[in-house]
Design a protein around this ligand. Structure first.
Ligand code: AMP
Length: 275
């Protein structure tokens, strides 16, 4: 496995490898990321993983400085998972003139849900993913459904800009007790982790109601809110899976999306509803 830090070297190694699938990450890898790498291997002969904690997607109150960066362990995991190349640039390499620059905006998709609570977050995500796409020039790129809104926005970005890149969605990987894997779970104490289980429990209960025939979004939201009653909630919403706009009666694929706080940790999760 090759590890590169410079854009120039990344480009030349990617050219040498031929058609690639890219897995963009911020490191602190877990089984969810490994599943993305496996999926990437099913889509292309070679797999590149980027590990970069992108400052432009963090807000002033976010956890940029304390975000975990266990690089040695991450590289080991990439190696064991069979990645061919890891791109691990510095902030100065990616943003030599500071973080300003171009702003990508897909307002209809990026202002709702996370966008309401983390202004500018998706502009930062689109900026870094666009840069990575131009550096690696992958044939496909894998993103997790855990960050459903991000997946939807990036899919739309690629469609609107006619980039010849296939966006491959990966189902959310969870611990046996239901908690969606996240690099941020390591901030949780044992007691907080137990309380965090209310999120997946609430979502699963609502999904069961949907499977049982309930189509009123309001009822599903009430079920999730009920399960989360002990946690501060940023939002619980049932949105159209394509437009991310709120729906009242579910007649097309939809997503129940949640953001809640457990102690000082903010967690997001969702389930996709398809009849
Ligand atoms: P991150 O390192 O948190 O930026 O995530 C990198 C990629 O891994 C994104 O496409 C995420 O959606 C995906 N991802 C994170 N957690 C999970 C999970 N539990 N299951 C599936 N994909 C995930």
């Amino acid at each position: 496995m090759i590890v590169v830090q410079s854009i120039a070297e990344c480009r030349s190694q990617c050219d040498r490898l031929g058609p690639l699938a890219l897995v963009p990450t911020m490191g602190a890898l877990h089984r969810g990321h490994l599943r993305l790498i496996e999926l990437a291997k099913e889509h292309a002969r070679h797999v590149a993983v980027s590990i970069f904690v992108n400052p432009t997607q963090f807000g002033p109150r976010d956890d940029l400085t304390k975000y975990p960066r266990p690089l040695g362990k991450d590289l080991q995991m990439c190696r064991e998972a069979g990645a061919d190349l890891v791109f691990n640039p510095t902030v100065a390499e990616m943003y030599p003139d500071g973080a300003g620059g171009i702003v990508f905006d897909l307002p209809q998709l990026s202002r709702v849900l996370e966008g309401e609570f983390r202004p500018g977050h998706f502009a930062g995500v689109c900026q870094i993913v666009a840069k990575l796409f131009n550096i690696v020039r992958p044939a496909s790129a894998c993103f997790g459904e855990k960050d459903y809104q991000q997946l939807r926005i990036l899919t739309r970005m690629v469609e609107e800009l006619n980039w010849p890149i296939e966006i491959v969605p990966c189902p959310t990987v969870r611990d046996a007790d239901g908690l969606a894997l996240s690099s941020r779970n390591q901030y949780l104490s044992a007691e907080e982790r137990q309380r965090a289980l209310a999120i997946s429990r609430g979502l699963f209960a609502a999904r069961e109601e949907f499977t049982g025939g309930v189509r009123q979004a309001e009822r599903l939201v009430a079920t999730v809110r009920n399960a989360l009653s002990a946690l501060p909630i940023d939002y619980v919403a049932v949105v159209d899976a394509m437009t991310l706009q709120n729906v009242q009666k579910i007649e097309r694929p939809a997503v129940i999306a949640v953001a809640a706080r457990v102690g000082s940790t903010r967690l997001i999760d969702n389930v996709i509803l398809r009849s």
